[in-house]
Design a protein around this ligand. Structure first.
Ligand code: ADP
Ligand code: ASP
Ligand code: MG
Length: 484
């Protein structure tokens, strides 16, 4: 069997959903499970309506709610043309009524808890999976709607829930295997799950990719297809650099680094289940289904260029902790990381000196409690509107001179680098810059590494003594001191 996941733009309107039906039909003999995202923009709208309701602007929220309803009904009407429309219309209407009730509750309380936020966001994928399922049936496919909240089980960490894999796999096998064996096509909403008590949870924004990988790993899929709006994984985000090129094949380790450091085309956790079960993953373009896309697998052919790709992660904060000189530094790092651990705050990059530490973290985390704790260790300063740029390539192993070229190019463009990390995984160089510098930095570095000359093996020395020996313990969060 295979898993086919369609992202928001792949189900954004009736034409897109028609294309999805055609693509799935062309793979019926491979026994697909179909995972769909909410219609493009719907999750963002749900975030907005819930915030409006919580902040006393319920009427405005309900206006947006009506627009969402009209959009879904409009898509449905043009897909079904009256065939079997009444039944699904009443199901969608029930979902919109339930959503309205939740919003009224939020408005009455004047508060939006993470748990309620997950409840609101779960409507996006419930609606889209209904629409796609009905379309498939109207096109003669034996599709079955599977409620993801009944099969994907997570902990209660709302907005970023963590799957409980064993129970999920048990339920996946129990509910989906018989459907596949009977030649039926299960359709599920991505991104949404539930705790073992049945409370709706979500896997974090962009999490439908992760849902697809969990389903694929749980059922032992032959491959997982991620259908989206670009030709595959590219040498950088094509929105940042129109010269970006499709990557034919890429290794799990390289793709994981890219996803973690901002390549939005894949949710960062997607590859964890795929790597564990060694399932190849394909990124494909639903607007151009015949193009080859990108294959992500355990071992990929070496790239011609030194880098495989460049990723940019926006929304980063840098926390600087400076130890007062009178204190001994011993135990400082231990206490510091213990605080990050206590507040369940993942660390993206670290840079240390004798008396200070800079830590780059995701700005969407609530840092108030953490900062309070860190203040017990030293002076704390938080810098906002930063970004991490991450250069990834297997060929970076043992190369000398790459960093010099990178920072030379950035310096010439007047781009200031705040922190740098090289060597942790040997296949990436990451550094922190101002968010506003991303477009220029990506443009400059893409042209440095992916122009014609970048394929020339003499461009940078092949092997040599490491200019600076950094311990390689495999952790991705470690760095040399900035100062470049
Ligand atoms: P979907 O809704 O299908 O999940 P996303 O918007 O989440 O789609 O991801 C696709 C987007 O990822 C592309 O439109 C592109 O702008 C962005 N992207 C970022 N980095 C890359 C990359 N290296 N290769 C391809 N796309 C990328
Ligand atoms: N609809 C969700 C989001 O926009 C999940 C996804 O699209 O993967 O974040
Ligand atoms: Mg996505």
């Amino acid at each position: 069997m295979i898993v086919m996941k369609f992202g928001g733009t792949s189900v954004e309107n009736s034409e897109a959903i028609e294309r999805v039906a055609d693509i799935v039909r062309s793979r019926l003999e491979q026994r697909p499970v179909v995972v769909v995202s909410a219609l493009a923009g719907v999750t963002d709208s749900l975030v907005t309506v819930s915030q409006l309701a919580a902040s006393g602007a319920l009427a405005e929220g309900l206006r947006l709610h009506r627009q969402m309803r009209q959009r879904h009904f409009g898509v449905l009407a043009s897909l079904l043309n009256g065939r079997g429309e009444t039944e699904v219309r009443s199901r969608l209407q029930a979902l919109f009524d339930a959503l309205e009730d939740v919003l009224r509750g939020v408005a009455a309380l004047g508060e939006l808890s993470p748990r309620t936020s997950d409840n609101v966001l779960s409507f996006g994928e419930m609606l889209s999976s209904h629409v796609v399922h009905t379309t498939f049936r109207a096109r003669g496919m034996d599709a079955v709607l599977v409620d993801s909240r009944q099969v994907l089980v997570t902990d209660g960490a709302h907005t970023r829930a963590v799957p409980q894999v064993e129970e999920t796999n048990r339920r996946l096998r129990q509910s989906l295997k018989p459907l596949l064996n009977a030649g039926r096509v299960p359709v599920m909403g991505g991104f949404i799950a539930a705790t073992s008590e049945g409370t709706p949870t979500t896997l974090g924004r962009g999490g439908s990719d992760f849902s697809a990988a969990l389903v694929g790993a749980g059922l032992g899929a032959r491959k997982i297809e991620i259908w989206t709006d670009v030709e595959g994984m590219m040498t950088t985000d094509p929105r940042l650099c129109p010269d970006a090129r499709r990557i034919d094949t890429i290794g799990f380790d390289e793709a994981s680094e890219l996803a973690y450091f901002g390549a939005k085309v894949l949710h960062p956790a997607t590859l964890i289940p795929a790597v564990e079960k060694n399932i190849p993953l394909y990124i494909l373009n639903s607007r151009n289904p015949d193009s080859k896309g990108t294959c992500i697998r355990a071992h990929a052919r070496p790239s011609k260029t030194i880098l495989r790709s460049i990723a940019a992660k926006r929304g980063v904060k840098v926390i600087n902790v400076r130890l007062p000189r009178i204190f001994a530094a011993q135990g400082f790092l231990h206490a510091l990381f213990e605080a990050f651990d206590r507040h369940a705050c993942p660390v993206d990059l670290v840079s240390t000196s004798e008396v200070s530490v800079s830590v780059a973290v995701d700005a969407s985390r609530d840092l108030a409690g953490l900062v309070q704790d860190l203040k017990r260790l030293g002076n704390v300063e938080v810098e906002d509107k930063k970004a991490i740029l991450c250069l990834v390539g297997e060929k970076l192993r043992g190369r000398i001179g790459v960093a010099a070229r990178v920072f030379g190019v950035l310096a010439s463009a007047g781009i200031n680098v705040h922190m740098i990390s090289q060597g942790a995984s040997e296949i990436n160089i990451s550094f922190v810059i101002e968010e506003r510098d991303i477009p220029e930095a990506v443009k400059q570095l893409h042209s440095l590494f992916f122009a014609e000359r970048a394929g020339d093996p003499r461009w940078i020395a092949r092997r040599g003594p490491r200019a600076k020996a950094l311990p390689a313990d495999g952790s991705s969060a470690r760095a040399s001191r900035a100062g470049l």
